[in-house]
Design a protein around this ligand. Structure first.
Ligand SMILES: [Zn+2]
Length: 165
């Protein structure tokens, strides 16, 4: 059995859930990724256009089983990723569940080959990306009490309807 260690860190920055991942190539070179979880309830303006229909990947004349998404043409393409977004996946949304897209980038470009990254740098990159999302569209906040997404929360992170709880 062959397996590799993968480390993940997750949390929320400015209300947006993220995941940072570190793993390594078979030759031991470390690779970092970070991902944002884009939720339809949190991004009411931007989400409809970033829930994409997958396109079948063609190899020469042959259709493959692979599907790709043209996310670069959406708001995702305009965010401050490290060397652009390289990952798009629908991680929730089947059978009526809330729709969530996981989008991310990697630190494994030619440019990164001789660079050493640490968690703080990746965190910093992720934070810039979240900030660019906030600058690009409405990002609602989730009430800690009821879980609804709203524009304003009080100092306890409760919405207007939950403020007296
Ligand atoms: Zn509430």
């Amino acid at each position: 059995m062959e397996h590799r260690e993968v480390k993940t860190w997750s949390g929320e920055y400015m209300g947006v859930p993220y995941e940072i991942r570190q793993w390594s190539f078979s030759d031991g070179r470390p690779v970092w990724n970070y991902y944002l979880f884009l939720n339809e309830l949190q991004l009411p303006d931007a989400f409809p256009k970033l829930w994409l229909r997958g396109k079948k990947l063609k190899l020469g004349d042959r259709m493959t089983k692979h599907v790709y998404y043209e996310y670069d043409k959406t708001i995702i393409g305009n965010l401050e990723w490290h060397c652009g977004c390289t990952y798009y996946d629908k991680v929730s949304g089947h059978d009526g569940a809330v729709k969530i897209v996981k989008a991310g980038c990697d630190y494994a470009h030619l440019w990164d080959e001789n660079r050493h990254y640490d968690l703080m740098e990746i965190e910093h990159g992720m934070m810039e990306c979240v900030e660019s999302l906030h600058n690009a569209t409405t990002v609602l906040k989730r009430c800690l009490y009821c879980g609804e997404y709203v524009t304003e929360l009080n100092e306890k992170n409760y919405c207007e309807g939950c403020k007296d709880k």
